[in-house]
Design a protein around this ligand. Sequence first.
Ligand SMILES: Cc1cc2nc3c(=O)[nH]c(=O)nc-3n(C[C@H](O)[C@H](O)[C@H](O)COP(=O)(O)O)c2cc1C
Length: 208
Amino acid sequence: MLETNSFRTIGPTTYLSPIPSVLVGCADPENGIRPNLITVAWAGVVCTRPPMVSVSIRKERYSHAIISRTGEFTVNLVGKHLLKAMDFCGVKSGRDVDKFAHLGLTPVAAPGLEHAVGVGEAPAFLSCKVHQIIELGSHDLFIGAVQQVSVADRYFRPDGSINEEAMNLISFVHGKYHAVSEPLGFFGYSVASPRALERRGFGKGKKK
Ligand SMILES: Cc1cc2nc3c(=O)[nH]c(=O)nc-3n(C[C@H](O)[C@H](O)[C@H](O)COP(=O)(O)O)c2cc1C
C-alpha cells in the first residue's frame, strides 16, 4: 500500500531530479579555438522524431560563443571513469585551461559535424547541429538536432546489442553525483507478461 504524503512548499526552483550531467564538446579550429568541454546538467531529450536534445548554457561561458558561432556541439555521456574529469570541466574555463590536454582526454572527430569534437574516452556521444537557440533568462537553451550517435565498440555485445549497464553512467541529484547502477524494471514492465518479465531478467524472485 502506497502512503500519501503531506507537503511543504519550498519555493519555485529547478528541483527536477534526477537529471543527467554530460560533457558538451565544441571547437572552432577556423578561428583558432582549440577543442573545449563544458559540463552541462541542464540537458535533456526534447524530441524523438526528428531526434533532438537540448543543453542550456549561460551566455558568459566560453563555450557559449563557440557553439553559437559554429552551430555545432557534441553531448558526451559520462560513466564513473569520467566523473572527476566532468567535474573539472564544470569548474574550469576553456579560456584559462586546455581541458582536453590537462585531463589527458582525446578529441575525436564527430560524425556529421565539421568543428565540434567528441571525447574519445566517453562511452558514447551524440553529434548535434544547433536547430534553435532560445533565450530564457540566466541560460540560453540550445536545441540540437542529432546528426549521429557514436557508441564505443567495447559496449557492443556479440549479438550487436548495446550493454548500457556496462557504461556505469552517472546522474546528478541536487548537487551530488550518483551512480546509475541498478536496473529496476523496463519500459512497460508494470503490464508485461510473466514470460516477458522472465525473458528480460525480471521474473519472480529476481528483481522488482
Ligand atoms: C555538475 C555541473 C553542472 C553544470 N551545468 C551547467 C549547465 O547546465 N549550464 C551552464 O551554463 N553551466 C553549467 N555548469 C558550469 C560550467 O560547466 C562551468 O562554468 C564551466 O567552467 C564552463 O566552461 P567554459 O567556460 O570552458 O565554457 C555546470 C557545472 C557543473 C560542475
